[in-house]
Design a protein around this ligand. Structure first.
Ligand code: UDP
Ligand code: MN
Length: 394
């Protein structure tokens, strides 16, 4: 992996000082541990992004939103006029203009402490390597965070303060693409069809008809989504996070969600149900629906149980020769495979599955994806369940 530190980022000094000044970065323990790491990958020269590399050393004299003493990274403080502020920033950083509409920052992360599960940290490393490989191949930046940016927003709620902070820290990114730690790319070639989302600000995997006909809390998956870096997203996150554990209404929202979604088994308010609630509730729906794209044509977040049995080397190899976006034959590699419910870090998996099924599924998918990377280096994992064994590619 070729990594370069985020200190080369033009926004670094502003971001760091503002976070400290506003005191919104929560880190438990005796000393403040700065756990934000940003990795910038040099894109493959074959990709278009290479031609439009921004000037990372240029820091213009004009003031921008970073100089505003009231700037807050706190999710509990509403952001106003973000589109205008971001436009101003671009005016002073013209080298970032080229390629703007397709610029993606991938954001992912995990808990601050070590994994309880014996193989948890190993799995997190491999899951992260998978995302690094995908980002490198497509020329996207990636940011891994394992600090809690709001003390009460833990677990799946941890991503919202992070996404909001990432939007401010990276005004040059048009899209923030959140991907859960337990999700991985199983098609390294597929590229998100961004042109499809030109008129949308949030892209999430799911089935629209299930949202409205079944009122199921699994009709969309909130573990992988793209959010446009804009005021709409700031407002939407405000509404979304208003059902989170940092609010006084957390218990109330837990009850409302449980009565809205008959298939939801646990009492706590969760972000996935919160998202579907915003699409279902009449008043809320009118405010947000037209900007939310519910994607079901490809696996933006594919459910692992329905995928892993079909992953074989033969299929991987066959599809390497296919069109990156189209199907070959009647089967296509799933883009993202999400091991929802497997909890690789804690090991506290959903009792619906055995740990063995989760572990074998993850190994298979990781090696399946890695073969698409390793093959360009001339090697292959012949047995998807044996990570140690590689042989020369035929
Ligand atoms: N997470 C995080 N920080 C934390 C805990 C969790 O960023 O302190 C992220 C992590 O990426 C994890 C996701 O939030 O994948 C939580 O959802 P999880 O995958 O455990 O839920 P599931 O997909 O199984 O429903
Ligand atoms: Mn997940």
């Amino acid at each position: 992996m070729v990594l370069s530190n985020s200190q080369t980022s033009p926004t670094w000094k502003h971001t760091a000082s503002s976070l400290v000044a506003h005191g919104f970065l929560f880190v438990s323990g005796v000393s403040l541990v700065w756990a934000l790491l940003s990795f910038v990958y040099h894109p493959n020269p074959n990709f278009e992004t290479f031609k439009t590399n921004p000037n990372l050393c240029y820091d213009p004299p004009q003031t921008t939103f970073y100089d505003d003493p009231h700037l807050s990274y706190d999710i509990e403080r509403p952001m106003k006029d973000w589109d205008m502020k971001r436009r101003e920033w671009f005016k002073h950083h013209p080298s970032f203009n080229a390629g703007l509409r397709n610029r993606i920052l991938i954001v992912t992360g995990s808990q601050p402490s070590k994994c309880q599960n014996q193989v948890g940290d190993h799995l997190l490393l491999r899951l992260f390597k998978n995302k690094v490989d995908y980002s490198r191949l497509h020329g996207y930046d990636i940011f891994y965070n394992n600090a809690l940016l709001h003390p009460k927003m833990t677990g799946f709620w941890a991503k919202y303060p992070l996404i909001r902070a990432a939007m401010l820290a990276h005004p040059e990114a048009e899209w923030i693409w959140w991907i859960d730690s337990d999700a991985m790319f199983t098609d390294m070639e597929f590229k998100i069809p961004l042109e499809r989302y030109e008129n949308h600000n949030l892209v999430v995997h799911g089935w629209k008809h299930l949202i409205y006909s079944k009122q199921s809390w699994t009709s969309v998956n909130a573990g992988v989504f793209l959010m446009r870096n804009c005021q709409w997203s700031m407002d939407f996150m405000q509404a979304w996070a208003s059902m989170g554990p940092q609010t006084q209404n957390y218990d109330k929202w837990g009850r409302i969600q449980k009565s809205t979604f008959k298939d939801k088994m646990f009492p706590q308010s969760d972000d996935q149900s919160a998202l579907i609630y915003l699409l279902l509730n009449k008043n809320e729906r009118a405010k947000w629906e037209d900007k939310i794209y519910v994607e079901s044509e490809y696996s933006l977040s594919g459910y692992w149980l329905g995928i892993v049995d079909d992953l074989t080397n033969e299929r991987g190899a066959e599809l390497m020769m296919g069109d990156c976006r189209g199907a070959v034959g009647s089967w296509r590699r799933p883009f993202v495979t999400h091991f929802t419910g497997c909890e690789p870090c804690s090991g506290d998996h959903n009792p619906m599955y055995t740990w063995e099924a989760c572990w074998k599924g993850m190994l298979k998918a990781l090696n399946f994806a890695d073969n698409q990377v390793l093959s360009t280096f001339g090697f292959v994992h012949p047995d998807l369940l044996n990570s140690s064994w590689v042989s020369r590619r035929a």
